[in-house]
Design a protein around this ligand. Structure first.
Ligand code: OOG
Ligand code: MG
Length: 261
């Protein structure tokens, strides 16, 4: 006799709406009920993004998550994930970012790729780099919509992988080898995280390779003009009003922002 697994009905639209509202109003919600599949979690993510697009937000690319040991260890999650980025998440350097937009924001040091061509499916690092127009030091502001910043893998995927803000530094020549560049993240002049781009999957290009595969699997491949955030190289640091956050990446330069009320 064939065993048919009982599939519980899950209202993906109402979960998408709940998480989107939580992000919009900067209020925490409880974790989702257990038992969600990864497919359902990405479907919720995509439906919550549709709500943002219907409010006029524009897609600007994607961010990778859990591409370093430090991030996996801090959050207790060990599979690579991605989230979608929109123009509303872009933070202009020099303009204080209001903390009231977030529930309990954290910042982490990353590098970003800017694509000049599409990337989709299983590709090798050479192919990936050939589609890169520029690379930049970048800071990601993550903000889980779940209480106490606690989540399972499917919870965080449904919550757009905690995407909430990004600050991109000066775009640099993609010929610069990103393999092992020193990174220093300071808050108010004090060193808070010291690391290397090598912490990102051994070389950040592997994050771009994974991004091409994972996004294609979800039917939304990378296109020219996309920004791809490679993922935090170190653990993230909590933000508070008045903080001045500065990241310097060897050879790439500096990116910084101020946290306002
Ligand atoms: C999930 C997002 C992970 C990264 O760079 O690894 C991430 C989270 O930690 O809230 O952005
Ligand atoms: Mg990140």
């Amino acid at each position: 006799m064939q065993h048919v697994e009982e599939q519980k009905f899950v209202d993906l639209d109402s979960i998408a709406a709940r998480l989107d509202d939580a992000a919009l109003t900067a209020s925490a919600v409880p974790q989702l009920e257990a038992g969600l599949t990864l497919d359902q979690a990405y479907e919720i993510q995509s439906r919550s993004l549709a709500r943002r697009h219907s409010r006029g937000e524009r897609r600007i690319g994607i961010k990778m998550g859990f591409t370093s040991r430090a991030k996996m260890a801090q959050m207790g999650v060990s599979d690579m994930i991605f989230g979608r980025l929109t123009d509303r998440m872009l933070i202009e350097a020099g303009v204080p970012v209001s903390i009231s937009r977030f529930v309990h924001p954290r910042v982490e040091p990353e590098v970003a790729f800017l694509l000049k061509g599409p990337l989709s499916g299983r590709i090798d690092p050479m192919t990936a780099m050939a589609a890169v127009a520029a690379v930049a030091p970048a800071l990601e502001i993550i903000d889980s919509r779940y209480e106490n910043f606690k989540f399972s893998l499917t919870d965080v995927v449904a919550d757009n992988s905690s995407s909430s803000g990004l600050v991109i530094g000066p775009w640099a020549d993609p010929a610069i080898d990103l393999g092992n560049l020193g990174m220093l993240m300071e808050i108010d002049g004090a060193a808070r995280q010291i690391g290397s781009t090598a912490a990102i999957l051994g070389h950040p290009v592997f994050s771009l390779v994974a991004a091409a595969r994972l996004t294609a699997e979800r039917g939304e491949p990378l296109v020219a003009g996309d920004i791809v955030m490679a993922g935090g190289a170190t653990a993230a640091e909590a933000l508070a009003p008045g903080h001045y956050v500065r990241l310097s990446v060897e050879r790439l330069g500096v990116v910084a922002f101020i946290v306002g009320d």
